[in-house]
Design a protein around this ligand. Structure first.
Ligand SMILES: O=C(O)CCC(=O)c1ccccc1C(=O)O
Ligand SMILES: [Mg+2]
Length: 338
């Protein structure tokens, strides 16, 4: 694996979850290019799930094959980072044809007024027919979420993603929203993201009745086959999202979205994020067109891999991380014969 690994660093168009540059390992694997790109602050145990996913996508699953796909086009949402309202139109222009937008809110150092201005700008650009989702990344307490969602409810939200950090908070908020919604007709739905991908038990949030739908991501959940199993077990509708990967990692999420049963997907997926990168590792990146992505697996280009190459220090750091994560995986699940 290490011989087939290239480490790249790609600047973002706008700051996203505190990051201005995305680092990723791209593998030239026998089954096609694969990607390993856990965020740099994640510990090895968490990052090991991402490596299991990279191995499945590049070297085949348990039986050497990936789950079969059922569709060739996946509608995607625009992803709007926590930018000033005046930058919203420019971001949305990178997602041609997307009628759903997911907007980051509750960013540290910003106020509810910033969120309202950003969501107002999104509604103004998308028009009344557009769908708007907000993603707080667990940044609100239950009381803050109630206040913020009441203020945002005038913009007609599709759902609020991970409004609070913990499962008990999500459950409490969800029951309060439903009590309030009974008077007005339609409660704002709750989507769980971190409570799925960072939890010891990814299905616990569904079992607790703390969410209306789940956001699932192939890399953090340990790959396509495992995620399909989790979705079946959870029994809730899902949105497949990216982890802000290059087009190689996006292809893994696309395969997952294309392999889900027909009734599992809840609207557009969050897989259009290659549009937030200033470049990519392939000349044919997976960018949204007419509001959707084509289901395909782009080939990395040697010249682009060279141009985006990370420093030797960062390359060393990533190769060491792969070795540590691989050791965790082989301990957890010994390969036949050794
Ligand atoms: O869902 C989307 O629209 C894009 C993906 C996204 O928001 C994301 C990307 C990387 C890390 C975390 C998140 C998140 O959903 O919180
Ligand atoms: Mg999220």
């Amino acid at each position: 694996m290490l011989d087939r690994a290239r480490v790249v660093a790609i600047p973002l168009r706008a700051r996203f979850r505190g990051v201005t540059e995305r680092e990723a390992v791209i593998f030239d694997a026998p089954g096609g290019a694969s990607e390993f790109s856990p965020f740099t602050e994640y510990g090895d145990a968490e990052a090991a799930h991402w490596l299991a996913a990279a191995i499945e996508f590049g070297w085949g699953g348990a039986d050497g094959e990936l789950p079969p796909i059922r569709r060739d086009r996946i509608p995607v949402n625009a992803t709007v980072p926590a930018v000033p309202a005046e930058d919203v139109a420019g971001i949305l222009a990178r997602f041609p044809g997307c009628r759903t937008a997911k907007v980051k809110v509750a960013e540290r150092g910003q106020s509810l007024a910033d969120d309202l201005a950003r969501v107002r700008a999104v509604r103004a650009t998308l028009g009344d027919e557009g769908r708007i989702r907000v993603d707080a990344n667990g940044g609100w307490s239950v009381a803050e979420a109630e206040t913020a969602l009441a203020a945002l409810s005038g913009f007609d939200l599709d759902y609020a993603e991970q409004p609070c950090a913990s499962i008990p908070e999500l459950a409490e908020l969800r029951s309060r929203l439903r009590a309030a919604g009974r008077q007005r007709g339609r409660p704002i739905r709750i989507a769980a993201d971190e409570s799925v991908r960072k939890a010891e038990d990814p299905v616990a949030v569904a079992r607790a009745g703390a969410a209306d739908l789940l956001v699932v991501k192939a890399q953090p959940l340990g790959g396509i086959a495992r995620t399909l199993g989790l979705v079946a077990e959870a029994g809730l509708p899902v949105v497949v999202s990216s982890a802000l990967e290059t087009s190689v990692g996006i292809a893994m999420g696309l395969h997952l979205a294309a392999a889900l049963p027909d009734d599992a997907l809840d609207g557009a997926c969050g897989l259009g994020t290659a549009a937030l990168l200033t470049g990519d590792v392939t000349p044919e990146p997976l960018l949204p067109r007419h509001g959707a992505l084509e289901v395909r697996r782009p080939r990395p280009d040697p010249e682009l891999l060279d141009r985006r190459a990370a420093s030797p220090e960062r390359e060393r750091w990533w190769l060491d991380r792969i070795a540590r994560c691989h050791a965790i995986l082989s301990q957890a699940d010994p390969q036949p014969g050794g």
